[in-house]
Design a protein around this ligand. Structure first.
Ligand code: FAD
Ligand code: NAP
Length: 505
């Protein structure tokens, strides 16, 4: 009998989950409350309630070779760091190529997911959906929750005394779209995550003055690394991973901080974090700081009618607008009976399965904050989850899962943060698709690229279930696809001496 799976949400995690179901011969039905695919990446001036919302200029901070789905490389001519519209183009190509659209029921919200009375033996779920006011109920053998975790704005007004008397405008970064209306204004942006920094930089081009307030600081990383290659293609490699494990952590940190500070000293620029922190990517921030358009400030102690007093007792007045780029929280209202999210945390085995269910037929996909792209991780989670649904992979005992969750929590530095390669290998092992470097020795060219090159998602299609014949070629040509979009001015003769500095006599 074919197992029926409900996929909730048609963002990137939902799309890859449908595809994973099809690969394993399961029958997916995807419910998407909005009218289109793409979730967060589909920019609209007014996104629907319940769907994540981005600003018009968002450019992804994970590069194309590292963020693509493992058997569908992003076209060579696409830029390495894509604008959200280009990302949507790729997701539409993926959807069309694997013919996924016909499995999606748009404008259909999932309102509840509950265990059937015979759940302990069947593992089945009752899924209630609503389409244009009409409710329907159906039974599914498995459920994949793909509703994202950047939807609910975290607006911690309680931590900001006096905000009620502030006479200017304030809002969460979720509601920011573009800078035009803030031209000539004095703005405070709170939060040094990617949203806060992107917004501060963008506003600073037209605003009179931008103040960027941070309570803890952050390391600011560049998208671009050595020789202009995307940062993640240089540092997310098995070779660097190995070095990180054999070199003492203090030395790794010393080297990394020295390198980051060589570009601009984080202490002098007021950005130095006092603790280990999810890094922020921005190439323009130091430039905006040194030109005085963005001024870094400490946390806000209290708001006044016209501005703010910061924790160092400095004040800024005549503030027109405050943007709270203070992050997101997540919840699963349709699963209220069996899932509890406490302080933005949920206990999941390998970030996918609840440990206490009688049957492993509920999977959370993409509920992870990797130091790398979410898409390949979510895809691998989907490949694993569908195999667990089918009984091809088994979960450990509840006790062992709880112990594993506790250990991960201990290692974790951020609520749902995971080390990219380590996590991909862990789940890859469970699916049976982690590349075997030993057997790759028979193919030295490939082995070299797998070990020293970027750890691209194709590595998890070289063998095992879901093996893709194009994986080897995709790995061997990945550097070409990185360079192709840059070749817009091809020089005939590289050997000619160039003149960087000329001396006049
Ligand atoms: P979403 O894209 O949020 O999609 C969830 C879908 O579920 C939506 O379509 C929604 O309508 C639907 N849905 C929700 N509830 C229901 C329901 N009850 N019934 C039916 N449908 C429902 N990640 C990266 O890897 N690289 C980046 O550079 C990056 N940049 C980011 C930039 C911004 C500004 C933000 C906010 C996030 C960024 N992320 C990035 C993280 C981002 O969350 C992921 O890239 C990804 O979009 C998550 O996809 P998803 O499918 O899990 O969720
Ligand atoms: P975030 O990463 O959670 O950052 C939130 C920021 O708000 C942090 O600096 C945090 O400070 C601060 N903050 C939270 N509560 C606070 C409080 N009570 N008082 C003062 N400061 C507070 O959120 P985000 O920047 O919106 O990013 C969300 C996700 O989207 C991330 O995965 C990010 O990578 C992604 N994103 C990507 C891009 C891009 O690709 N270009 C752009 C935007 C966002 P502490 O660190 O001190 O807690």
């Amino acid at each position: 009998m074919v197992l029926r799976v409900a996929v909730i949400g048609a963002g990137i995690c939902g799309l890859s989950s449908i595809k994973c179901c099809l690969e394993e011969g399961l029958e997916p039905t995807c419910f998407e409350q909005s009218g289109d695919i793409g979730g967060l990446w589909r920019f609209e001036e007014n996104s629907e309630e319940g769907r994540a919302s981005i600003y018009k200029s968002v450019i992804i901070n994970t590069s194309k070779e590292m963020m693509c789905f493992s058997d569908f490389p992003i076209p060579a001519e696409f830029p390495n760091f894509m604008h959200n519209s280009k990302i949507m183009e790729y997701f539409r190509m993926y959807t069309e190529h694997f013919d996924l659209l016909k499995y999606i029921r748009f404008k259909t919200s999932v309102v509840s997911v509950t265990k059937r009375p015979d759940f302990p033996t069947t593992g089945q779920w009752e899924v209630v959906t609503e389409t244009e006011g009409n409710q329907e109920s159906a039974v599914f053998d498995g459920v994949m929750v793909c509703t994202g975790h950047h939807t609910n704005a975290h607006l911690p007004l309680d931590s900001f005394p006096g905000i009620e008397k502030f006479k200017g405008r304030y809002f969460h970064s979720r509601d920011y779209k573009s800078p035009q209306e803030f031209s000539g204004k004095r703005a405070i942006v709170i939060g040094l995550g990617n949203s806060g920094v992107d917004l501060a930089v963008e506003l600073s081009h037209t605003a009179e003055q931008v103040f960027l307030s941070t309570r803890r600081g952050a390391w600011i990383l560049s998208r671009i690394a050595e020789a202009g290659y995307p940062m993640d293609t240089i540092y997310v490699t098995r070779y660097v991973q190995l070095l990180r494990h054999i070199v003492p952590l203090s030395l790794v940190n010393y080297y990394a901080e020295k390198k980051l500070n060589a570009k601009f000293n984080h202490e002098i620029y007021g950005l130095q974090p006092g603790h280990s922190q999810h890094p922020t990517f921005n190439d323009d921030l130091p430039n905006r700081i040194i030109s005085g358009k963005v001024l870094i400030k400490p946390n806000i102690r209290e708001f006044t009618e016209t501005g703010a007093i910061f924790e160092d007792n400095t004040r800024e007045g005549n503030i027109d607008v405050v943007v709270f780029a203070t992050g997101y929280s997540f919840s699963f209202p349709f699963l209220a009976d069996c899932v509890k999210v406490v302080e933005n945390q949920i206990s999941l085995y390998k970030y996918v399965f609840l440990s206490h269910l009688e049957k492993p037929t509920l999977a959370f996909i993409g509920l992870i904050q990797p130091l790398g792209a979410i898409m390949p991780l979510a895809e691998l989670q989907g490949r694993w989850a569908t195999r667990v649904f089918k009984g091809l992979n088994r979960l450990p005992s509840a006790r062992d899962m709880v112990a594993d969750i506790a250990q991960k929590r201990e290692e974790m530095r951020y609520t749902i943060q995971a080390d990219y390669i380590q996590y991909m290998d862990e789940v890859g092992c469970l699916v049976g698709v982690k590349p075997s470097l030993l057997s790759l020795l028979l193919d030295p060219k490939l082995a070299m690229e797998v070990f020293f090159g970027p750890c691209t998602p194709y590595q998890y299609r070289l063998r095992g279930p879901g093996k893709w014949d194009g994986a080897r070629q995709a790995i061997l040509t990945q550097r070409d696809r990185i360079i192709t979009p840059l070749k817009t001015r091809v020089l005939d003769d590289y050997t000619k001496p160039t003149v960087l500095i000329s001396y006049c006599s």
